[in-house]
Design a protein around this ligand. Structure first.
Ligand code: PLP
Length: 368
């Protein structure tokens, strides 16, 4: 079966498997750096590994392109930035994962590229940048403010021949958004998050339809050695099999919690693309197949009250990262480079626990 012959949730089950008679039902873990001479494959760093290729086939099929897997989401981010010629221009949103902005700032400091920041909502600014920059880097919805970018307008704006548009779809997953269909050149995922789904691995993916970019990514990965481990590739493939089920359950809870938090007297503001009050709700309705599993909210009383809420939780884990079966929460302004965020802003990644248990935990912790 080909990915375009079935729904995403079916491809998640059938993709990345051999259908040869007698083949193992799951692509086995192949712990080999070297392969005997005689085929195209002799060394895993440069020629790939069958365990990782199964994951690449699975995620590539979901996004409608060809995927290259990396040792982490940041390794995938770095591989895409690495394509920018020295002295070129990178355009980054005002709201994005702090690791990506720290990496972009570092490149600027080292004289590697020029960095321009454009507000996620400034579609005109992005369209203008597309006519001159080397790389447009967008996250949609963004981390942690959940702002949805007008990707159809930005990706389809006239662009310079050198300009590439990359979309970090970690929050959306391929279930909500297929960036390549909107004419993005690249889609990036931290599979550490929802794709892996169990907080037990680090892995990243970059996906493209362009043969030239695919070749460059493979060469870059071979030369920098940012290859994922085979256990991680296996676990990510296994985790991805249940992505649609996990994501669907978590997304339903996220919608309920967002609405209830919005009515809560101790919460000043909730950001969730599914809420009518969200500044980019209309774009989310138009462009996303759902509103996702992440929300952020500002606790009245700022940082001390938000910290107290986190430490009073018993079910939701006070931990970083997101996209796991377990719900996690943290105050984002705690990180260097994130001081511009509201001090009491908590980012909640909703997992697969019972919705009412999650609500009771939040309610009780906010009263304590
Ligand atoms: N992109 C986004 C949106 C993220 O949230 C993260 C990590 O939180 C990354 C990329 C980096 O992924 P990793 O931690 O797997 O390197």
């Amino acid at each position: 079966m080909e990915p375009n012959e079935c729904a995403a949730r079916t491809w998640l089950i059938v993709g990345g498997r051999s259908h040869e008679p007698g083949a193992p039902a799951n692509q086995p873990i192949t712990p080999a750096s070297s392969f005997l001479h005689g085929t195209q494959r002799s060394y895993a760093r440069s020629d790939g590994n069958p365990t990782t290729e199964a994951l690449e086939a699975l995620v590539g099929g979901l996004e409608g392109g060809r995927a290259v897997a990396y040792a982490s989401g940041m390794a995938a981010v770095a591989a895409v930035f690495d394509r920018v010629p020295t002295g070129g221009e990178v355009v980054l949103s005002d709201d994005c994962y702090h690791g990506s902005s720290a990496f972009a700032l570092r490149g600027e400091r080292l004289g590697r590229w020029r960095l321009t920041r454009v507000a996620q909502k400034d579609t005109g600014g992005w369209i203008e940048a597309a006519s001159r920059a080397d790389l447009l880097w967008l996250e949609s919805p963004s981390n942690p403010l959940l702002v949805v970018a007008d990707l159809p307008a930005i990706c389809r704006a006239p662009r310079a021949s050198k300009t590439t548009v990359a979309v970090d779809s970690t929050f959306a997953t391929p279930l909500l958004l297929r960036g390549l269909d909107l004419d993005a050149d690249l889609v990036v995922h931290s599979a550490t998050k929802a794709i892996g789904g169990h907080s037990d691995l680090l892995l990243g993916l970059a996906v493209t339809r362009r043969d030239d970019i695919h070749e460059e990514l493979l060469e870059q990965r071979a030369l920098t050695g940012a290859t994922p481990g085979v256990l991680e590739s296996y676990l990510a493939t296994r985790g991805a099999r249940t992505l649609a089920l996990r994501f669907g359950a978590a997304q339903t809870s996220a919608g309920v919690l967002a609405e209830r938090l919005e009515a809560h007297p101790k919460i000043e503001r909730v950001r969730y693309p599914g809420l009518a009050s969200h500044p980019t709700h209309a774009l989310a309705l138009r462009d996303l197949a759902g509103f996702g599993t992440l929300l952020s909210f500002d606790v009245a009383g700022g940082a001390p009250a938000a910290d107290a809420l986190c430490s009073n939780l018993r079910l939701i884990q006070h931990a970083t990262s997101l996209g796991g079966v377990e719900s996690t929460i943290e105050r984002r302004a705690r990180y260097p480079g994130q001081e511009h965020l509201p001090p009491g802003l908590l980012r909640l990644s909703v997992g697969c626990e019972d919705t009412e248990d999650l609500w009771r935990d939040l309610e009780r912790a906010s009263r304590a």
